[in-house]
Design a binder for this molecule. Structure first.
Ligand SMILES: O=C(O)[C@H](O)[C@@H](O)[C@H](O)[C@H](O)CO
Ligand SMILES: [Zn+2]
Length: 299
């Protein structure tokens, strides 16, 4: 008998919480608040939250093998030194697109930092379309571009055998797969593995579990869904007490807990009073499946 428990472990009032990443060495959850330009680190043992404010919207954060972190800030891939809060720009993309910013990003199993861009939103999911592209920052700091014409570049992860790359362009309402060449970082053969149903709303962040199934946070859908990318079937729905669920990752002891971020921006005062925990960090236990540890950027 599974007994799923959902709790808000941190009332952060994030405008748009995103990019949860578990850091095992510090028993902490890293995440960002995109429009607030903040990278946050919550220590699950002491409940302490540390924050670093950047000079532009910060859309994703990842671990770095050399120590500290890497983050996507505005249209820059940056290294972040947590101790002195200093940043170093590693590469800049979309130089010809002044209204663009990075969105979701994650490191691949070989240590490359993948992240895509989008036009800045006028309101949630209201933006100039086809402005985004998908990129990766290699360990030697060169950037490769995979494709353009993206609306809202979002969730990404890799299959357990590293042969498939999963990717979400939110406004396609689809979870896509590509063949993945881990040696070269190249992708090919794009196809859809799941189309969201109407009530599931907008697919946003995503992570893979230790059984190779995908967990997708549904923006405006107030839920995370578990998908079998092999059969294209939804296996499970876990509803949360907030509508604007943005992303998810596994963490905690042996990666047995799931952490979910969410947003407050775009909610009116009535829905905010109904969902006072909007913008908080949620922990889901009792899922009976574990996650895998995040890969660090190796550059
Ligand atoms: O969190 C993100 O990925 C975006 O930056 C957000 O703004 C929302 O997800 C988007 O509006 C809904 O798709
Ligand atoms: Zn997102």
């Amino acid at each position: 008998m599974s007994s799923i428990k959902i709790e808000c472990v941190l009332q952060m009032n994030c405008r748009c919480g995103e990019s949860p990443v578990w850091e095992e060495t510090s028993n902490s959850l890293l995440f960002v608040d995109i429009p607030a330009k903040k990278v946050c680190r919550w220590n699950s043992l002491t409940n302490e939250v540390q924050q670093v404010t950047m000079d532009a919207p910060v859309s994703s954060v990842a671990l770095r093998q050399l120590g500290g972190y890497v983050a996507t800030v505005g249209t820059k891939f940056c290294a972040l030194n947590w101790e002195d809060q200093s940043t170093v720009v590693l590469a800049t993309v979309d130089k010809d697109k002044k209204n663009n910013r990075f969105n979701d990003g994650k490191v691949d199993p070989a240590g490359r930092y993948f992240a895509g861009t989008m036009a800045e939103e006028v309101a949630p999911a209201v933006l100039e379309l086809h402005q985004g592209s998908l990129y990766s920052l290699f360990p030697d700091h060169h950037v490769e571009k995979y494709f353009d014409q993206v609306d809202i570049s979002n969730g990404l992860d890799w299959s357990l055998d590293h042969k498939i790359f999963y990717y979400i362009d939110s406004l396609s309402y689809s979870v896509d797969a590509f063949d993945y060449d881990l040696q070269t970082g190249q992708i090919s053969n794009r196809r859809s593995v799941y189309k969201l149903e109407k009530e599931e709303q907008i697919p946003d962040g995503m992570c893979i579990d230790a059984e190779g199934k995908l967990w997708v946070a549904c923006y405006n859908g107030g839920r995370v869904i578990r998908l079998d990318p092999g059969t294209g079937k939804r296996l499970q729905t876990v509803k949360l007490p907030v509508d604007k669920t943005t992303s998810c990752c596994f963490g905690g002891k042996d990666y047995s807990e799931m952490y979910v971020t969410c947003a407050r921006d775009g909610m009116d005062s009535k829905s905010l009073s109904r969902q006072p925990e909007a913008g908080g960090i949620f922990k889901i236990t009792g899922l009976e499946v574990k996650g895998i540890c995040p890969y660090p950027y190796t550059g």
